[in-house]
Write a protein that binds this ligand. Sequence first.
Ligand code: UTP
Length: 297
Amino acid sequence: MKRKVTKAIFPVAGLGTRFLPATKSIPKEIMTLVDRPLIQYAIDEARAAGIKEFIFVTSRGKGALEDYFDHAPILESALRKKKKHDLLNTLKSTNMDSGEIAYIRQHRALGLGHAVWCARRLISNEPFAVILPDDVIAAERPCLQQMTEAYAETGGCMVAAMEVPADAASSYGVLDVKEDMGSMVSVKGMVEKPAAGTAPSNLAVIGRYILTPDVLRNLNRIKAGTGGEIQLTDAIAQEIESGRGVYGYRFRGQRFDCGSKAGFLQATVAFGLARPELREEFARYLQAMASLPHAAQ
Ligand code: UTP
C-alpha cells in the first residue's frame, strides 16, 4: 500500500526580487489576493488534500509569516465584544494548532532544491508534498487533492503539469514524455529552463509536487545546475535514471503565476470577480477602466 501524504513543505525562502520594493519588508507570500494572503490559499489547498503537518522553509525577513499563523487573542476578543461573528470565524479559520506547523531556515537562497533539502530531517522516510505558494490555482477540486488521489494509484514522484506556449517553455521545468495517458503522463526526462527551441515538450512543471524520500537522498549529492542553483527538477530527474516512476499530472484548474506582476494582477481580477459581494461593481469598474488609456496615472 502507498503511504498517505500528510506532510507538505512550503519553500518560502526566496528573495522575491520581482516584487521589489514591496518585498523589501513584506514576504511575497503575505501579499493578498482580495483579502487573503497567498499563503492562506496554499494552506487551504493542502488541508483539503489531507495534509496534517506544514513545514515552512523560511529566511531572514519572513517574520510576518510566523505572526500570520499565530493566534490573535486581542483581535479575537475585540470582534467577540462587537459581536462580529463572521469576521471572528474568518480570523479563527487561519489559526494553526500548536505542533502543526514547523519553520526551518534556509540560510542562503541556493535554489528550490536546496530549500526542500533543508527540511529533510522533518520528513523522514515517507512521501511528502511541496507547494509553492506563489502558484495559486483556482480549481473546483483543489489541485493537490487531485494529485494525492492520482498518486494513490501510481506511487512514484508526481509533478503538476500544464501546457504552455512553445516560447514560454524556457521559463519552466519541462517534461520529456514517455507515455501520455490523458490526465497523467509518464516521464522519461525533465529539463530545467531549456534553451529556446530545445524543450522536449510543451508540458511545464508548476508549483505542486508529491515526492518520495529518495528525492531528498538525491539532493544530498546534487551540485548546482541551471542558474547556479540547486534544482529540484534535477533531483526528480535522477529518480527516472534510477528506474523509478515519475509522472506529470495535468490538473484541472487555472494556475496564476503570482510570483510575476502580470500573473498577480490577473489573479486579483479573477479572484475579485469570483466574490459574489464584489463581482457586479468590480466588473463594471473594469469595463470602464479598460477603455481609458492611463487608468491610474
Ligand atoms: P522563485 O523562482 O519565484 O524565486 O522561487 P523568488 O526568490 O521567490 O522570486 P524572484 O524570482 O526573486 O522574484 C520559487 C519558489 O521557491 C522558493 C521561493 O520562495 C518560491 O516559493 N525558493 C527559491 C526558496 O525557498 N529558496 C530558494 O533558494 C529559491
